[in-house]
Design a protein around this ligand. Structure first.
Ligand SMILES: [Zn+2]
Ligand SMILES: [Zn+2]
Ligand SMILES: [Zn+2]
Length: 160
C-alpha cells in the first residue's frame, strides 16, 4: 500500500521549489545555490530519508555540502510546513515531504527499519472521536506502530 502512494507522486519539483524560495524570501533568508540544490534533491526523494542518507545522495558533487547546511535546510523546511519530521524510535530523525503527499500513518520494523505507510479510515475516525470526547479539536496526529516483519523474506535483518 505504501508503494502505491509513493508512485502517485508528481516528479516535477518546480511547484515545491517555488514555494520554498518564496518562503526564504519572505523570511529574509538567503537563496544560495547550495540551498537550492539540497532542496531540489529533497523534493525529488519520494521516500523517508535521514540527514545522513540525504548527504549520501549529494555526495557525488565536487563541492561537498556540509552536515550543518543540510540540517539548516531541513529545519527551515519543517518550519515552512514543507517537510514532516518523524521520530521512528531511532536517535536520529526521518523526514518526508508533505506537498503532494496525503496524510498517512506508519508501521516501522524495529529490526530492519522497513517503513510501511498505511491509512485506515476507521483508525482516523476513532482518533477524532477520542479527541472530541476529551474536548479537543484535532490539529494533527502522528501514529507510528513499531513491530517486527512477519516474513523473513521481507525483513532485511532476517536475510543477513
Ligand atoms: Zn493517521
Ligand atoms: Zn510516510
Ligand atoms: Zn523487518
Amino acid at each position: 500500500m505504501g508503494e502505491e502512494m509513493l508512485e502517485s507522486h508528481d516528479h516535477d519539483t518546480s511547484m515545491e521549489m517555488e514555494t520554498f524560495s518564496n518562503y526564504l524570501k519572505k523570511k529574509g533568508l538567503k537563496i544560495t545555490t547550495q540551498r537550492m540544490l539540497v532542496a531540489e534533491k529533497i523534493f525529488s526523494l519520494h521516500t523517508h530519508f535521514t540527514a545522513e542518507s540525504l548527504q549520501e545522495e549529494l555526495k557525488d558533487r565536487r563541492d561537498e555540502i556540509s552536515k550543518a547546511t543540510i540540517y539548516r535546510i531541513l529545519s527551515i523546511m519543517v518550519e515552512a510546513g514543507l517537510l514532516k519530521e518523524h521520530n521512528f524510535g531511532k536517535d536520529y530523525k526521518y523526514y518526508e515531504h508533505i506537498i503532494g503527499h496525503e496524510h498517512h500513518d506508519h508501521i516501522i520494523c524495529v529490526e530492519c527499519g522497513r517503513i510501511v505507510e498505511f491509512i485506515d479510515e476507521k483508525i482516523e475516525e476513532l482518533q477524532k472521536k477520542a479527541a472530541r470526547e476529551n474536548g479537543f479539536s484535532i490539529t494533527g496526529h502522528d501514529l507510528n506502530i513499531f513491530g517486527i516483519c512477519d516474513s523473513p523474506k521481507t525483513c532485511e535483518y532476517n536475510n543477513k
